[in-house]
Design a protein around this ligand. Structure first.
Ligand code: PEP
Ligand code: MN
Length: 462
């Protein structure tokens, strides 16, 4: 447990009745899992004060725009594409890496718009995805025990006592890098990122290795032929895509960090987390009565929660009642992540319970986190076929239940890494050592991500 900061100045202001005891600090009286222990409470306090005064990264207007788009997705009228790194790294706050991520997400969204004939909501796992929940507290190597790496927001990955000691200055560094990332993304989008309109510039070499090569070629050509898809994408004529065309998200894990960005906005009710548009609660911190659920229930943003093995129908309904008491469209997104082997048994009872309760949620499949394996050499990896299988089963389960699978949540990068096996080029375990760069979970590379988008588009079309 972290030392608790008394940063409650704004929380003591008048509170609307429906907040029912909530304030930006009310989570502090609950058990907060996965929080770092800082060596100096005074240093932490000084950083949090600075963070609390810095300008916000996003606006409540953008957040509200996202909420209404998520409400449309929950109704079946849009599809959410949420993707990015498992853990952003400070050292990768780099124009080539950021542009690469934006490019693959935009290209995937074009494939989905075109293939699925649905408007797509693009949400990055970026500009703040710096804190990681961990299953172990301690990492042992060669007889030495050190605290685990918890993401660049908290400590360093180097296996040295100094690096692994949580440093509050990292909260400021993370906030600044989130701002730099977002600034660059906004600028690229405002500038039109023009070559995206021309699939002839896409990197499509891999397509020829796919058994679906001819179909993919046709898909890509028809995207090229059509300017209309660009208009469907933004709802506006080409060239007039707006700043809010892309949204950000991260796991709202480090609660003192999130609290420092939780603000009241003139002319609006409630408290917004202005560090991101769509914060989510991870699987490890979604306990009813826990600090994360307490914090999230009071913020005005649309929010998401991961659900998976261990989530019961009763527990999920209770969680939904706490997080979305007004059953408000767009408020609650449920991201299920069971794994290809467990989804057939685990998901249907949850979908059925939520449906019978008349809850209006957005269902999203994360086909990544239930499919992690370790190779003999010790690489954490995922098989493309398992990712695809979980997604296909998810589409079928929702179809049978009469619900709508309204999005996908993936870990990917625009780089040519070798972290997940399979895909059209059939990467093997032997390929992993070549370009494994993730410091936490394995990501789809550029080609695998585009292939996945084509397969989803195909599934949604047929
Ligand atoms: C993640 O999204 O990186 C993550 C840790 O997921 P989950 O909470 O679903 O395990
Ligand atoms: Mn991950």
């Amino acid at each position: 447990m972290s030392p608790i900061s008394p940063l409650s100045a704004r929380a003591s202001e008048a509170e609307p009745a429906e907040l029912d005891g909530w304030s930006p600090t009310s989570w502090q009286s609950r058990l907060a899992l996965q929080q770092p222990e800082y060596p100096s409470a005074a240093a932490l306090e000084a950083v949090l004060r600075q963070l609390g005064r810095l300008p916000p990264l996003v606006t409540s207007g953008e957040i509200e725009a996202l909420r209404s788009q998520l409400a449309e997705a929950a109704r079946g009228d849009r599809f959410l594409l949420q993707g990015g790194d498992c853990a952003e790294q400070f050292a990768e706050c780099d124009p080539v890496v950021i542009a690469g991520k934006l490019k693959i997400l935009l290209q995937m969204s074009l494939v989905l718009v075109h293939g699925a004939k649905k408007r797509v909501i693009r949400v990055g796992r970026f500009a703040g995805q710096y804190a990681k929940p961990r299953s172990e507290q301690v990492e042992a190597r060669d007889g030495v025990d050190l605290p685990v790496y918890r993401g660049d927001l908290i400590n360093g990955i180097a296996f040295e006592p100094a690096a692994r000691t949580p440093d509050p200055e990292r909260l400021l560094r993370g906030y600044e890098r989130a701002a730099l990332t977002l600034n660059f993304i906004r600028a690229l989008i405002d500038g039109g990122f023009a070559d995206l309109h021309h699939p002839e510039y896409w990197d499509l070499e891999w397509v020829q290795h796919s058994p679906l090569a001819a179909e993919y070629q046709r898909l890509v050509e028809s995207i090229g032929d059509s300017l209309r898809f660009m208009e469907t994408l933004s709802g506006e004529p080409v060239g007039q895509t707006t700043r809010v065309d892309f949204f950000t998200s991260h796991e709202g894990l480090h609660l003192l960090y999130e609290q420092a960005q939780t603000r009241q906005v003139p002319q609006r009710d409630g408290w917004y987390n202005l560090s991101t548009h769509l914060p989510w609660i991870g699987l490890r911190t979604s306990q009813i009565g826990g600090a994360h659920v307490e914090y999230f229930r009071g913020i005005a943003n649309p929010i998401a929660v991961k659900v998976g093995p261990g989530t019961t129908p009763e527990g999920l309904l209770e969680l939904a009642a706490v997080l979305d008491p007004r059953n408000e469209p767009g408020r609650l997104t449920l991201i299920h992540r069971f794994g290809a082997r467990a989804i057939a048994r685990g998901l249907p009872p949850l979908v059925q319970a939520v449906e019978q309760a008349g809850r209006r949620v957005l269902w999203v499949c994360d086909p990544m986190h239930g499919n992690i394996e370790r190779t003999a050499e010790g690489f954490k990896t995922r098989k493309f076929e398992h990712i695809l299988s979980e997604l296909e089963q998810a589409f079928e389960i929702h179809q049978r239940a009469g619900t709508y699978l309204g999005g996908v949540h993936v870990e990917l990068t625009g780089e040519n890494v070798t972290e997940c096996t399979g895909g059209a080029r059939n990467l093997s375990e032997g390929d992993l050592a070549r370009a494994y760069r993730s410091c936490v979970d394995p990501r789809l590379n550029y080609e695998q991500a585009l292939e996945l988008a084509m397969l989803i588009a195909r599934r949604m079309r047929h």
